[in-house]
Design a protein around this ligand. Structure first.
Ligand code: CLF
Ligand code: SF4
Length: 485
């Protein structure tokens, strides 16, 4: 096995090359070169940049809250127990206190003051918000009136959405989540035992067909009305796991912006049909593999925390217990638009600083990987650095960047070591022959030539390894030392 014991003497720092003038984005006539696509992208960025679920970046800085105003549901999911919150947007086994729209509005006004980085109000249960349209829309209307800077967000199974899309548009609810677990009624029958529609209950495939048709209509209505749509899918191994790739294709072709594939959680103590019948959830590896398989198609949400229907705070934290009904009803509303705007401006500045630092690091990395240097290699053949400096009659020259090394020529030299002694005049010629190299890669080198080479800005690198590996190792060391200098 080849081994290497590299030692690197520092190369001389070279003078930076003249910087090229930065290109202007506009033409010489001064007009902007922004394309319609760039304008569209910018508008989309503005719509999602403060929504912690729709923007991965935002979820580090901005918070959301849910109010539990919608207790009833119109379908049955096999991963749901009616005693608890809607598992389509919630961890199963969590119970929220149901509020009236007025209590919910009071809670929002309290929290908007206490947590000014809270930018989104979601209604996600504890049942289906659109099975409780009066309470849901009344709550949204109150918030829109009192706190116009808060984004409104709705999560539903989609059964009743086509009936309410105009209302959704009018109240300016810009973010809607649909839970779509399948596009196949046979698979659906294993997930949904029944659906209640127009005051009638439909069992099995018959009910699922209605649900899937309504979900398709919902997707289309949201797209027609330019309302951002995220789709949640619960991954159920052995039932819809492989099929979710098809679901991903379907929702993308119907205008969904984001796909959130969530793992089934099915503990027996939650009392759900799946939990009681031993249906397992996916492990993290299986979930990631499916997300990866789908992510070629569209944006994939990977930071969902499966929150509760009364969640409060950043996605990773749960402050709901600080704001139980008993507690928040005794607190005064502290909503202050100006203060909130100042806090948001501070967050945006911080985000910009972080983005600039990230871009700088990426540029440095790219520059580091693309710089090309020459190295001289002492070798007896076999593609290995295996020759003593003093025994070399030629050096092979390689050009190296951060990814590969390429043979570019060789330099003939006189043998330095003559019967155990080095010739000073010969050494001078050798140094001159490889002075344009940043390093010389040898199996061994004496102190005197090492010193002379260092003086000329050529680092020495003792190793016994393949030329390619040695060249890449040297390159890395060279860059490290250059950065430290
Ligand atoms: Fe709530 Fe859902 Fe709106 Fe977000 S949650 S209604 S889109 S504001 Fe977000 Fe929570 Fe995951 Fe939902 S992390 S469960 S995706
Ligand atoms: Fe439960 Fe939500 Fe499914 Fe209704 S839609 S049954 S509340 S998980």
């Amino acid at each position: 096995m080849l081994t290497s014991t590299p030692t690197l003497t520092p190369p001389t720092t070279s003078t930076p090359s003249p910087t090229k003038k930065a290109k202007k984005s506009g033409g010489s006539c001064g007009c902007s070169s922004t394309t319609p696509q760039e304008i569209k992208d910018q508008k989309m960025r503005e719509r999602i940049e403060k929504h912690p679920c729709y923007s991965e970046e935002a979820h580090h800085h901005y918070a959301r809250m849910h109010v539990a105003v919608a207790p009833a549901c119109n379908i049955q999911c096999n991963y749901c127990n009616r005693k608890y919150d809607c598992s389509n947007e919630s961890r199963p086994g969590v119970v929220s206190e149901v509020l009236t729209p007025e209590e919910a509005a009071h809670k929002v006004m309290v929290i908007a003051g206490k947590i000014p980085q809270m930018t989104v109000l979601g209604i996600a249960g504890p049942g289906d918000p659109l099975a409780n349209p009066k309470q849901t829309f009344r709550t949204f209307e109150l918030i829109a009136e009192k706190a116009p800077d808060i984004k409104l967000c709705l999560s539903t199974n989609g059964l009743m959405l086509p009936n309410h899309v105009e209302k959704i548009k009018n109240i300016n609810i810009d973010h809607v989540t649909l839970t779509i677990n399948t596009v196949d009624p046979e698979i659906g029958a294993k997930i949904y035992p029944w659906v209640r529609y127009n005051r009638k209950r439909y069992n099995g495939v018959e009910g699922v067909k209605i649900l899937l048709e309504r979900q398709r209509e919902s997707l289309e209505a949201l797209r027609e009305n330019d309302i951002l749509c995220k789709v949640n899918s619960v991954m159920i191994p052995g039932i819809n796991d492989e099929h979710l790739v098809e679901v991903d294709d379907f929702i993308r072709s119907h205008g969904a912006f984001l796909h959130n594939i969530m793992p089934l959680i099915s503990a027996p103590e939650h009392g759900t049909y799946f939990g009681l019948n031993g249906q397992r959830g996916p492990n993290p590896k299986e979930l990631k593999a499916l997300q990866d398989a789908c992510s070629g198609n569209m944006k994939m949400m990977r930071h969902c925390r499966q929150c509760r229907a009364d969640a409060v705070g950043l996605l990773g934290e749960d402050r709901s217990q600080e704001f139980t009904k008993q507690k928040f009803m005794e607190m005064a509303p502290e909503y202050d638009l100006q203060k909130r705007q100042e806090v948001h401006a501070g967050i945006e500045e911080k985000k910009e600083r972080l983005a600039a630092a990230k871009a700088k690091r990426a540029a440095e990395k790219a520059a580091k990987a693309s710089e090309k240097i020459l190295v001289a290699v002492a070798t007896k053949g076999g593609g290995v650095v295996n020759q003593h400096f003093g025994h070399a009659k030629e050096f092979q020259i390689f050009e190296v960047d951060g990814r590969e090394s390429k043979f570019v020529g060789h330099r003939k030299i006189d043998l330095y070591c003559q019967g155990g002694y080095g010739e000073a005049a010969t050494l001078e010629e050798i140094v001159k022959a490889i002075a344009d190299c940043k390093g010389v890669l040898v199996s061994k080198i004496g102190d005197c030539p090492k010193e002379k080479l260092e003086e000329a800005g050529v680092a020495t690198f003792e190793t016994y390894d393949t030329i390619n590996q040695a060249a890449l190792d040297f390159y890395e060391e060279y860059q490290k030392q250059k950065q430290a200098a």
